[in-house]
Design a binder for this molecule. Structure first.
Ligand code: SAM
Length: 236
């Protein structure tokens, strides 16, 4: 298995996933995952020149403050503001995303900043990530689809190294929204509580709370006022 972290130098433009586990690869560009999910997000990003604020998420900035830089996995990195901020702070960043449109933008920001980031164009559950390898796994407002086997929740937990931290941040209230006309059904998605439900004695909960969001100035999600923050540490 190729280690997606073994990048052999600056890999700012390395927008490809590792070899498949049991995925649906797209031979054209190496994307691993459901093409419909990629298409949905590509369309969303392509609609706008810039979808998000371009600044790192406030909860990430707050929670990372006390951590020593190491290997970090940014799950659903979008246009790369968190990944670039982490790399600037000395983290060895792997950033994973289904949207090639978003990844191209993210890679451009890293290139402009002269930062090397390992980009993985894949869905979380298809990416063949090295297990128990990351000192920090960050999932900021991830739009991970829920499955009966809790594959996405388990993939997040499986990526964390012993002693490492999983940080999942979501918009408070979305998990209990009514199904609405746009087709959004909270039951389709993974929420922090579902990850907390899977924790055993190998994990310690450091933060599990709802709190006011350090809201970005602009971007599509700026209207959300509160965060759900789950921060858990793998003890062994
Ligand atoms: C709400 S956006 C958040 C983006 C970024 N984390 C931020 O805070 O700006 C959710 C992101 O997750 C990506 N995504 C959706 N399903 C995914 C999956 N299965 N694996 C990885 N990324 C996924 C989407 O393409 C999108 O960029």
């Amino acid at each position: 298995m190729q280690d997606p972290l073994d990048d052999g130098g600056p890999v700012t433009d390395n927008i490809a996933a590792g070899p498949p586990a049991s995925p649906t690869p797209s031979p054209a560009d190496g994307y691993l995952g459901d093409p419909a999910v990629r298409a949905e997000w590509d369309n969303r990003y392509a609609d706008r020149h810039q979808l998000w604020s371009g600044r790192p998420n406030g909860a990430l900035v707050a929670e990372v403050a006390g951590l020593a830089p190491g290997r970090v996995l940014d799950v659903g990195c979008g246009e790369g503001a968190d990944a670039v901020w982490l790399a600037r702070g000395g983290w060895d960043v792997t950033a994973l995303e289904v949207s090639g449109v978003a990844l191209e933008r993210a890679a451009g920001h890293a290139r402009d900043a002269g930062l090397a980031i390992h980009w993985v164009h894949a869905a979380l559950t298809e990416a063949a990530l090295p297990p128990v390898s990351f000192d920090l796994v960050s999932a900021q407002y991830p739009a991970l689809l829920r499955t009966p086997d809790a594959a996405a929740e388990r993939a997040l937990l499986a990526a964390v190294a012993p002693g490492g931290v999983l940080l999942v941040v979501h918009h408070a209230g979305m998990d209990i929204q009514q199904v609405h006309d746009g087709g959004f059904d909270p039951a389709d998605y993974v929420w922090p509580s579902m990850i907390a439900d899977l924790l055993d004695d190998d994990w310690e909960v450091e933060v599990d709370e709802q709190r006011p969001r350090v809201a970005p100035d602009g971007g599509a999600g700026a209207h959300h006022t509160d965060d759900l923050v789950l921060r858990v540490r793998r003890l062994r």
